[in-house]
Design a protein around this ligand. Structure first.
Ligand SMILES: [Zn+2]
Length: 76
């Protein structure tokens, strides 16, 4: 049985993979928790149907490539 060699590249790739996995899980959670819409119009229409047209605004999600609705940040 050969002694395991320490390969910095493999180690770096392995730790990087772990970070990506955790990030993916976070994104998956945030994206599946919110409804996704294929177009901004669809997202707006959905907000309007729920009487939330003035409360929610749409944003394009760069992770799942869908549109999500989120509450307008309140200022003062
Ligand atoms: Zn998303």
């Amino acid at each position: 049985m050969p002694a395991p060699e320490f390969d910095p590249l493999k180690w770096w790739l392995a730790s990087r993979e772990g970070i990506d996995d955790a990030t993916d899980r976070d994104l998956e959670r945030s994206c599946t928790r919110k409804d996704g819409y294929r177009t901004e119009d669809e997202a707006r229409a959905h907000a309007a149907m729920n009487g939330m047209g003035g409360v929610l605004f749409t944003y394009h999600c760069r992770y799942c490539d869908l549109w999500h609705l989120t509450r307008r940040p309140s200022r003062g």
